[in-house]
Design a protein around this ligand. Structure first.
Ligand code: 5GP
Ligand code: MG
Length: 178
């Protein structure tokens, strides 16, 4: 079954589970190599990145810590342009190597807001690992350090991403069909 309905919209499979898994695995292998002699703190941006983080970290081979923050910027299928912090950071990140795990970078507003915020706590380094990147981000000069896949500017759901709260549990990624 290739098409599904979520609330009032129809979606079709865009990135199958197997393709997501091989992409996430490749990112984990690269990160494991780059951080071999370090003990990074992975910061998963909830809600959307929870599946990505879970899969990536199972394949990460080094020592690391994992924490979570909860941000929101989307309403329905559009960004609201402002970022709200719903759950903040608990750990002291001073002197730490921080890797932000994001589901998708679209306008780049969320990521640039978060980085500015984190910098004030003086981490040793901050890198971004995003499963997906949309072209708008490139225009705004926000470039994640690790990118899984570049995708067109369609609204997508599944694998952690939602449409008004629904669709996060889907194992494939779907795009809106209009
Ligand atoms: P940005 O601030 O870069 O515009 O957007 C980042 C956040 O908006 C992402 O972390 C994600 O939660 C949400 N987002 C961006 N594009 C999409 C999309 O196509 N589908 C869904 N469900 N969320 C998106
Ligand atoms: Mg997100």
């Amino acid at each position: 079954m290739n098409k599904i309905n979520i609330l009032d919209k129809e979606f079709a499979v865009s990135i199958p589970f197997e393709h997501i898994q091989s992409t996430v695995k490749r990112m984990a292998v690269k990160l494991s190599g780059d951080y071999q002699n370090k003990k990074p703190l992975f910061l998963c941006v909830l809600n959307g990145a929870f599946m990505f983080a879970a899969d990536l970290l199972k394949s990460y081979t080094g020592q690391c810590e994992i924490s979570f923050i909860k941000l929101a910027s989307y309403a329905g299928t559009k960004t609201t342009g402002s970022v709200r912090t719903l759950i903040g950071l608990e750990e002291d990140i001073k002197g730490r190597d921080v890797i932000i795990l994001e589901d998708i970078v679209d306008s780049g507003i969320t990521i640039s807001h978060l980085i500015e915020d984190l910098k004030s706590y003086e981490p040793a380094s901050i890198k971004i690992a995003a499963l997906l990147l949309k072209p708008a981000a490139v225009q705004k000069d926000v470039r994640p350090d690790y990118v899984g896949l570049e995708i067109p500017n369609d609204f997508i759901v599944g694998y952690g991403l939602d449409y008004n709260g629904f669709g996060r549990n889907l194992k494939d990624i779907y795009k809106i069909t209009e």
